[in-house]
Design a binder for this molecule. Sequence first.
Ligand SMILES: Cc1cc2nc3c(=O)[nH]c(=O)nc-3n(C[C@H](O)[C@H](O)[C@H](O)COP(=O)(O)O)c2cc1C
Length: 360
Amino acid sequence: MKKKIGRIADIFMYGILLIQMLYVFVGNNVHEILGIAFFACMIVHIIIKGWWFRSLFKKGKPYSRKLFDVVTCLLFLSIFILMFSSMGVSRFIFPRFHLMGSSDLHRYMATAVLTLGVLHGGLAGIRRAKNKRMARILIFLGCAAAFSLGIFAVPYLNRHLKKVDISYSDKVHGDKVDWKGSKPLIVYFTWPENMESDPDLDAVSSASLLLADGELMGSNRLIADMVCDMLDCESESITLAGSRYPSSYNATVGIAGEELRSKARPETNPIDIKDYDSTILIYPLWWGSIPMPVATFLEQNDFSGKTVYLIATQGSSGYGSTVSDIEALCPNATIIPVMSIYCEDIPDSREELMTAINGL
Ligand SMILES: Cc1cc2nc3c(=O)[nH]c(=O)nc-3n(C[C@H](O)[C@H](O)[C@H](O)COP(=O)(O)O)c2cc1C
């Protein structure tokens, strides 16, 4: 009976972990509830496998058992970090702790838990396998698949399949920040405002979409509106003067890659920053760098003696090479990175942005 319960809990744990990784399909609230279910199953697993703790420090164990112990300890460690980081990124069950965690840490820990979980289960089961060589190959392939799912497939799914419906005023309006000195100009670049044809929802294919009150909205535009609301200042959008990007995500990625390689400077409508001491530049990462229209904007203006604050948005790459790319384009300006926001966190980033801007 005990064994049966243990096996059911194990199957649930692996199933839940897999669903958790594919949370783009289940949404935040189900993800958080399943997270609690996972930890409940883990407690059942620990109670049933309690003998493992008692034998942990026994001497003279074979090499395979020592390896199993190390993997299990690492798995425990990553589960605990995952548990604490999940409270920090929770919006539904633990909203009070929100902002204490990092979604990057949470994603990396989830990948570690899945990969180590596969290794842990594989090493536990290998004793019963008749063909050990085949079992080792299967364990290796399972770990590689789990790792790739977390590192590559999840960010890919988020970029391509997610639809986020938000209420514009709930996300944008809120407390104000007291900016010392003269107000900055907010300058942002967003793909939907630079697409062929008007950013009409039906025309946009294969990308994750942000819908504000049902209308397609660029993520960087949303961030710009949040910052404008906080600081009560003006914003300008970097827009192409000539031909725009296609409304297909993949085609845009191809063109953007070509533009980066050829150091293209697509013509943009002029934005004049000379009346401002500082600019807050809000941009998405494209191929780990800035979109080339942003480079055009930076080269069009003289930033000498001015400050440029950077807010990046991205699908996994942090700032990529953007800080040094921008420094190279504005050699006499002071460049201050403020925040790099993971695309999924964008709609809920107002509070964190406010903390970062307040700290400047
Ligand atoms: C052409 C293109 C290239 C991209 N390249 C990267 C990248 O290299 N790294 C990354 O983390 N995200 C990348 N992304 C994802 C965007 O940075 C991210 O989704 C951003 O929030 C989009 O903002 P927007 O909707 O305001 O344009 C890319 C998106 C596009 C359209």
